[in-house]
Design a protein around this ligand. Structure first.
Ligand SMILES: Nc1ccn([C@@H]2O[C@H](COP(=O)(O)O)[C@@H](O)[C@H]2O)c(=O)n1
Ligand SMILES: C[C@@]1(CO)OP(=O)(O)OP(=O)(O)OC[C@H]1O
Length: 163
């Protein structure tokens, strides 16, 4: 069994009309929200995929299909916790994670610490293990045209020490 494994997650959701969006489990006031089958928390989806990927356990859509009405408007924190449980059952726990949100707007910096706390709570770890960053796309591409938001995440998992 490996001591460490690494995973990568990427997700994108499109903007639609709304009054707030969810990012990392935090509600952020904005004149648009993100569209999805679930609550469309794109940051949690990318991190979930990174966790599942690190353990070679498939991806978020294979566990929670967007064709299943059970996941309509699903709380992505629940999907994250269920996925992390699978990772732990395979004998691994979170080492650390690092994610980058790509969006022109809204400005995420004021919410970064709340997102880290929310993630740490849902992953039952210290916030020091969770890094979240944001960048614009310098007005280029779909993120630059403010059509949607993309997130990249890398996740390190480590073997659970049973000693
Ligand atoms: N949606 C965003 C985008 C960026 N930030 C913060 O602004 C800094 C500068 O962004 P650049 O794209 O010009 O590098 C960036 O480092 C973030 O701290 C943000 O909060 N929300
Ligand atoms: C989370 C799920 C399930 O509700 O739906 P979406 O919110 O559409 O998210 P996406 O990242 O496109 O794919 C995973 C889906 O299975």
């Amino acid at each position: 069994m490996d001591t460490f494994r690494i995973g990568f997650g990427y997700d994108v959701h499109r903007f639609t009309e709304g009054e707030a969006l969810l990012m990392g489990g935090v509600k952020i006031p904005f004149h648009q929200k993100l569209e999805g089958h679930s609550d469309a928390d794109v940051l949690l989806h990318a991190i979930t995929d990174g966790l599942l990927g690190a353990a070679a356990l498939g991806d978020i859509g294979s566990h929670f299909p967007d064709t299943d009405p059970a996941y309509k408007d699903a709380d992505s924190r629940v999907l994250l916790r269920k996925s992390y449980q699978l990772v732990k059952e395979k004998g691994y726990e979170l080492g650390n994670l690092d994610a980058t949100i790509i969006a022109e707007r809204p400005k995420f910096r004021p919410y970064i610490d709340s997102m880290r706390s929310s993630l740490a709570e849902n992953l039952d770890c210290d916030a020091d293990r969770v890094s979240i960053k944001a960048t614009t796309n310098e007005r280029m591409g779909f993120a630059g045209r403010q059509e949607g938001i993309a997130v990249h995440a890398v996740v390190l998992i480590k073997r659970i020490n049973e000693a």
